[in-house]
Design a protein around this ligand. Structure first.
Ligand SMILES: [Zn+2]
Length: 177
């Protein structure tokens, strides 16, 4: 029997790559009742994928090239604290380094909130414009729920157009001919 340190991740039959939120309530093992070896996983605040994120990019590259993963799951969750923070007013200066790192990380979600044309998001955005300071929304707020969904879609779009995916498909097509 191997100890975890001796387990070679190339020898598992991992079929899925999972991108999820760091929130402890949405661990892939718990949500899917999955056994070790099911998911090759990347988790970060608000389940984002960015090509400029070397960690996520290398996880995806390895998943495709070495593990033969066929499916990439991006799982968001309603009530996500990272998405809620992107709706609330940004903290006023001076902000400490830790808070600054989080604010930088959720900036792309703020951008989705500011530019989305989805009606629930537009409604919440217009409502918030009337407030001097916007607090984090309640989990059932429709605009918040819609932003959770749009944030997942944004990561899926970035993955679909990523160079690693494009190269992998090109290589797969070439070797099939
Ligand atoms: Zn979350």
């Amino acid at each position: 029997m191997k100890t975890p340190q001796e387990t070679d991740c190339r020898r598992t039959s991992t079929s899925f790559m999972f991108i999820g939120c760091s929130d402890s309530r949405v661990s892939e093992g718990t949500v899917f009742n999955a056994r070790p070896g099911t998911f090759f996983t990347e988790r970060n605040i608000a389940n984002q994928f960015h090509a400029t994120d070397a960690n996520a990019h290398s996880v995806m590259s390895y998943a495709l090239a070495e593990l033969g993963v066929k499916h990439i799951i991006v799982m968001g969750h309603y009530g996500c604290g990272g998405v809620a923070a992107a709706i609330a007013s940004a903290p006023s200066a001076p902000i400490d380094a830790a808070n600054g790192a989080v604010q930088n990380w959720i900036d792309p979600i703020r951008a989705i909130f500011q530019t989305s044309t989805r009606p629930e998001i537009v409604e919440l955005r217009e409502k918030n414009k009337l407030l001097a300071k916007v607090e984090e929304p309640e989990p059932q707020e429709p605009g918040f729920r819609a932003l959770v969904e749009e944030n997942v879609k944004a990561s899926v779009r970035r993955i679909a157009t990523d160079s690693v995916i494009a190269n992998h498909y090109a290589h797969s097509l070439a070797t099939q001919q």
